[in-house]
Design a protein. Structure first.
Length: 227
């Protein structure tokens, strides 16, 4: 049975067809989950202005994914990670990051000083962009060496995190008290620095934990393109 399966994969065309099925993205399912969570998050959010600020990156990301889907289709892994990141943003937009119920409960049970859902968001802010950047770097042959590539990916994620902190500052300056829920500092003096640290940890964790799985899916795309 194993020999028979191996024989099938020896044919380049059959192998590519097999790998193509592996990387096929259920666009309807992905889009349905995205819009279901988006609509839920927009129903009576805690603060409408905060909701708009938090979900805006998810909406921009969705437009970019649709625009590039045919010309630069990403791996299934990266699409799933992007969807998870969008959901994190939408949940934060609905409740505000400082008042997500599950993390209020964890704060009380664990006797923590604050609701730490925002740290999950900033961890994802490093974790998911790291894999998006890795895919682009590899497929566009931006840099050949793995060590330098990983270093630049981490630098990129830190830059994204720092720029987001600047956006938070600009919004706070322009809108005053209405941006307090968007900032979500909860009185923590090192909030900005810890946010960037979480993005750093997230980027490193993504490269360590997902590189092998990502390489397999990149190989599938490469094999499919070669046929």
């Amino acid at each position: 049975m194993v020999d028979s399966f191996s024989h099938i994969l020896k044919s380049p065309r059959r192998e590519a067809m097999f790998l193509q099925k592996e990387i096929k993205i259920p666009q309807v399912v992905w889009s349905s989950i995205f819009f279901i969570v988006l609509i839920w998050s927009g129903i009576h959010p805690k603060d409408l202005f905060t909701w708009f600020l938090e979900v805006a990156p998810a909406l921009i990301g969705f437009v970019l994914l649709v625009a590039t889907f045919k010309k630069f289709r990403l791996t299934n892994l990266v699409y799933v990670l992007i969807l998870i990141h969008c959901i994190i943003l939408m949940i934060g937009g609905h409740y505000t990051y400082a008042e997500v119920p599950l993390f209020n409960w964890l704060r009380d049970v664990l006797d923590l000083e604050r609701n730490n859902y925002d740290k999950i968001g900033h961890l994802a802010q490093g974790f998911i962009p790291a894999m998006v950047a890795r895919e682009i770097f590899i497929r566009k042959s931006v840099i050949a060496g793995a060590s330098w590539r990983n270093f630049l990916i981490v630098c990129f994620c830190l830059a994204v995190s720092a720029f987001y902190e600047l956006i938070e500052w600009w919004v706070a300056e322009l809108s005053g008290e209405s941006a307090e829920a968007f900032l979500g500092t909860q009185g923590y003096v090192w909030d900005t620095q810890s946010d960037m640290a979480m993005a750093l940890f997230g980027a490193i964790a993504a490269l360590v934990l997902l590189s092998k799985a990502h390489n397999r899916q990149l190989k599938a795309i490469s094999s499919n393109s070669a046929v």
